[in-house]
Design a protein around this ligand. Structure first.
Ligand SMILES: Cc1cc2nc3c(=O)[nH]c(=O)nc-3n(C[C@H](O)[C@H](O)[C@H](O)COP(=O)(O)O)c2cc1C
Length: 161
């Protein structure tokens, strides 16, 4: 048992050594209220057709909604958006302030992010303790080209400076 715990801690630490950007997956619930979750599992998959993927933990309170969600948006965060990234990673705190986003037909887009990518459901694959969610990229927009990205590395938020 101890070995298993040690091993999963070592794997988790090593996974964390891979530096990533940070994005918020945002969506509207059935009564059009905006929600978001902080994720770093965004991966571009295909250009033709454009496809992206991300992973949601099975224990997430949003898992059931998100594996069934028809439309959602990846918002790529800039380095001044750390507070939002922290807030949207907290349990029972996934509501998005309407003052911080625009409600588009695809879902909420977050103001002052580097850009966003609206996706529609393609397929979902169960894999270990996560689901891998593949999305068709339907619409994109680059917003803040002068800002730097928010980085996640070794369990901490960083920036490029
Ligand atoms: C930088 C960062 C990246 C994260 N990436 C993911 C992710 O890709 N997938 C995921 O399911 N949770 C991810 N999380 C965890 C969720 O944001 C959230 O903390 C977790 O799902 C909390 O449980 P809840 O969803 O039940 O509220 C990440 C958290 C942080 C801080």
């Amino acid at each position: 048992m101890k070995n298993q715990i040690d091993e999963s801690r070592i794997i988790r630490n090593l996974f964390g050594k891979f530096a990533t950007g940070v994005s918020v997956v945002s969506f509207l619930d059935e009564v059009n209220k905006p929600f978001g979750i902080t994720v770093n599992s965004f991966t571009s998959v295909s250009l033709d057709p454009p496809i992206a993927l991300w992973c949601i933990g099975k224990k997430s309170e949003l898992c059931e909604s998100l594996i069934n969600q028809e439309n959602y948006v990846f918002n790529f965060l800039a380095d001044h958006q750390i507070d939002l990234a922290v807030k949207l990673s907290e349990k029972n705190n996934h509501n998005l302030d309407v003052a911080n986003c625009k409600i588009e037909e695809y879902g909420p887009t977050i103001n002052e992010s580097l850009g966003w990518m609206a996706c529609s459901k393609r397929n979902v694959v169960e894999s270990g303790d996560h689901f891998v969610i593949f999305g068709n990229v339907d619409k994109i927009s680059s917003l803040e080209s002068k800002r730097s990205p928010l980085i996640f590395w070794s369990g901490k938020f960083e920036n490029l400076k």
